[in-house]
Design a protein around this ligand. Structure first.
Ligand code: FAD
Ligand code: NAD
Length: 478
């Protein structure tokens, strides 16, 4: 029986919509199904990233940082601002307009590439058939030679803190408050907790983060994480480690939490609470039992290193499969799968995917941490350069943090780069490029960086690997 499409993609987040564009570029007849509805109940492609993740959070981080700068830091530049006012509703509106422009942009890209966009729910049936329940119209079945599953992830919910209106919210709810609560509690001091905690703290809330683990940001290099923790605490974020929330209760004046830590049981009252304890794959109803799609423990779709599922010509990408839950990782998997379907030999380099936390200062890293290298028994050298010694950072009055380069003792190949500092999210791209090309620290040390730039700190950290950083009194590698 002939199929309706070459490729059907379920999910139009950064994994699915990028896969759709690449498939169309390669000449395949492509359809993309997505069930996201915006605040007005209109279909809105772009998935979590555009609608409730990367973009809206970065819009609010940018706006709130501007407000805080104008309020607190601008005096140092000799600029006095009087009559500064905050309009949170307008800030949230501005964020919504940015989201609307970008999701509208995806619809335009689909049109331009001849991709059929089907707003509605998709479910995999046997033999690469897909049952479509459209937002408008009646349920029907379509089929394709290849199916790509890109259904993303959803916030983890915990029994100790069920969501309650706008009082106990997940990350999406916390992007839409139109006033500033006096006291915000956050369960989880991970990426979302720190980013959204920063937004509301900059806008005037007093923010307390309760983190179950004893170690702060266990996934990050611990020298960087410890330095970041000190800076966040200095900014006023109250980060309590080893704190396990036992119960929450909505009361007239807010939300009452009970939690335990090494010292015993405590209670805390906040006006509003954000639950940010991780995300889980959105795969519950992705396929009928007859389709026989294999899921891993935790509900991730089982895939091999080429994103092939257990079913022939059915692939899965993005947050719904193993690996970091990051937009750029999902997009690269989408490109690789589209190219594999077209007969090309394309793959994802999972060793060179950057992680970024968009706080102030930002944390960004790629590759191994000192902890993971020690655990793997790898001999390495470390070169560190602080932003206090960077002329550009001083000119910007943004001297917090450092750059650290880790390289293999034998080959000098760069194994990891870790940055804490202003614009770390942009600087890390240079390190990703270096690792993608298998650079040594000497390659970076021999590269000429423009002066005065923050990038010179990466250059100096690479020089520090060989004890020859220029702008610190004693450059010692470890
Ligand atoms: P998603 O973006 O979740 O998209 C999946 C889409 O599929 C959704 O539209 C969903 O409605 C749809 N769908 C699911 N099931 C079906 C079905 N059966 N039928 C039809 N449609 C379906 N990552 C970064 O890299 N950088 C950041 O700065 C960043 N910030 C973030 C901030 C927040 C607050 C959050 C929550 C996440 C953030 N992330 C960030 C993570 C990023 O959003 C995800 O990694 C990314 O969106 C995953 O892309 P995806 O395409 O796999 O899934
Ligand atoms: P996370 O895994 O980064 O952090 C969750 C934190 O909650 C962890 O530190 C965990 O120890 C803690 N925790 C778990 N259960 C707890 C409990 N019961 N009580 C107290 N603490 C508890 O997850 P997240 O912050 O929810 O973000 C989810 C994912 O979204 C991230 O893993 C990331 O991949 C993605 N994301 C990325 C960005 C970015 O790239 N800048 C931003 C936001 C989200």
């Amino acid at each position: 029986m002939s199929k309706n499409y070459d490729v059907i993609i379920i999910g139009a987040g950064p994994a699915g919509y990028v896969a759709a564009i690449r498939c169309a570029q390669l000449g395949m007849k492509t359809a993309c199904i997505d069930d996201w509805l915006d605040k007005e109940g209109e279909p809105s492609p772009g998935g979590t990233c555009l609608n409730a993740g990367c973009i809206p959070s970065k819009a609010l981080l940018e706006s709130s940082e501007l407000f805080e700068r104008m309020q607190k830091d601008i005096g140092g530049h000799g600029i006095n601002v009087k009559g500064l006012e905050l309009d949170v509703a307008a800030m949230v509106d501005s964020k919504d307009r940015i989201v609307g422009d970008l999701t509208g942009g995806i619809i335009a890209l689909f049109r331009a590439h001849g991709i059929e966009w089907i707003p509605g729910h998709g479910q995999l049936l046997p033999d690469r058939q897909v049952r479509v329940t459209p937002h408008k119209g009646s349920r029907h079945t379509i089929s394709a030679e290849h199916v790509i599953l890109a259904t993303g992830s959803r916030p983890v919910q915990i029994d100790a803190a069920p969501l309650v209106n706008d009082r106990i919210v997940d990350s999406e709810g916390a992007l839409n408050w139109t006033d500033v609560p006096a006291r915000v509690g956050i369960i989880g001091a991970g990426v979302i907790g720190l980013e959204l905690g920063s937004v509301w703290q900059r806008l005037g809330a007093s923010v307390t983060l309760l983190e179950a683990q004893d170690v702060f940001l266990a996934i990050a290099d611990q020298q960087i994480a410890k330095a970041a923790l000190k800076m966040f605490q200095k900014q006023g974020l109250d980060i309590r480690l080893g704190a396990l929330v036992k119960s929450t209760k909505v009361i007239k004046s807010g939300v009452q939490l009970k939690y335990t830590d090494a010292e015993g049981e405590h209670s805390l009252t906040v006006d509003r609470l954000i639950v940010a304890v991780g995300r889980s794959p959105h795969t519950q109803d992705i396929a009928t039992a007859e389709a026989d799609l294999l899921l891993d423990e935790g509900g991730f779709i089982h895939v091999d290193d080429k994103c092939c599922t257990n079913l022939p010509c059915v692939y899965a990408i993005g947050d719904a499969v193993r690996g970091p839950m990051l937009a750029h990782k999902g997009s690269e998997e989408g490109i690789a799968v589209a190219e594999q379907i077209a007969g090309q030999n394309s793959e994802v380099n999972y060793a060179a995917i950057a992680s970024v936390i968009y706080t102030k200062p930002e944390l960004a890293w790629v590759g191994q941490t000192e902890e993971s290298l020690r655990q793997a028994g790898v001999d390495y050298h470390s070169g560190v350069f602080p932003f206090t010694a960077s002329g550009r950072a001083r000119a910007m009055r943004e001297t917090g943090g450092m750059v650290k380069v880790l390289s293999d003792t034998g080959s000098d190949r760069v194994l990891g780069v870790h940055i804490l500092g202003v614009h770390a999210s942009e600087l890390i791209g240079q390190a990703v490029l270096a690792m993608e090309f298998d650079a040594s620290s000497e390659d970076i040390a021999r590269t000429i960086f423009a002066h005065p730039t923050l990038s010179e700190a990466l250059h100096e950290a690479a020089l520090a690997v060989d004890n020859r950083a220029l702008h610190i009194a004693r450059s010692r590698r470890s």
